[in-house]
Structures are given as structure tokens and as C-alpha cells.
Design a binder for this molecule. Sequence first.
Ligand SMILES: Cc1cc2nc3c(=O)[nH]c(=O)nc-3n(C[C@H](O)[C@H](O)[C@H](O)COP(=O)(O)OP(=O)(O)OC[C@H]3O[C@@H](n4cnc5c(N)ncnc54)[C@H](O)[C@@H]3O)c2cc1C
Length: 73
Amino acid sequence: MFVAIGLVPQNEPFENLISLDERGYVASDERCLTNASGIFVAGDCRTKRIRQVSTAIADGAVAALAACDYLDA
Ligand SMILES: Cc1cc2nc3c(=O)[nH]c(=O)nc-3n(C[C@H](O)[C@H](O)[C@H](O)COP(=O)(O)OP(=O)(O)OC[C@H]3O[C@@H](n4cnc5c(N)ncnc54)[C@H](O)[C@@H]3O)c2cc1C
């Protein structure tokens, strides 16, 4: 038997810095932006439907390129 107890994000240290959703995940979409300019988010800690290694890695690439765009602007 495998007991699935669920997941609880540990984003409290950032709650005064960036918006969290109602479940405590960093509010974001597929662009990996947060509501704070210059702060990006990737992986399981953000709002998303599928939390797997493959989606976390994709987020990393998206967030890094968003950070490059931010620095270039
Ligand atoms: C039991 C289980 C089985 C899974 N099986 C699969 C599977 O078979 N296939 C699959 O694709 N995915 C699987 N997943 C999901 C996968 O592990 C995650 O989606 C993926 O690891 C998310 O990557 P991440 O980098 O966002 O977060 P994590 O891999 O959780 O990395 C976050 C890192 O941040 C560190 N950290 C946390 N707080 C701080 C802090 N304050 N300062 C510094 N560092 C900090 C943590 O120690 C950790 O190393 C599984 C998850 C679980 C729990």
C-alpha cells in the first residue's frame, strides 16, 4: 500500500514578497513570472497542475530566459 498524504508548499518566507495562491503555492503561470518585477519562480513551489521532474526542468529554462529578458530590458 502506498499512502498519499499530499503536498504542502513551504513558501511562507516569501509571502510578504510575492503573491501566493490559496494553497500556498507561488502564484504564477507558464511564463514563470511572479507579481514582483525581477522575481521568477520554477518547479513544484509554483501554481501548476502537473508537478514532475520534467515540468520542473522546463520551468527552470523558462524562468532563466525570463530573467535574461528582464536583465536585457
Ligand atoms: C514521493 C515522490 C515521488 C515522486 N516521483 C516522481 C517520479 O517518479 N517522476 C517525476 O517526474 N517526479 C516525481 N516526483 C516529483 C518530483 O520529485 C518533483 O516534481 C521535482 O523534484 C520538483 O523539482 P523542484 O526543483 O521544483 O523541487 P525539489 O526537487 O523539491 O527541490 C527543491 C530544493 O530546494 C531545497 N530547499 C527548500 N527550502 C530551501 C531553503 N529555504 N533554502 C535553500 N534550499 C531550500 C530543498 O532541499 C530541495 O533540494 C515525486 C515526488 C515525490 C514527493
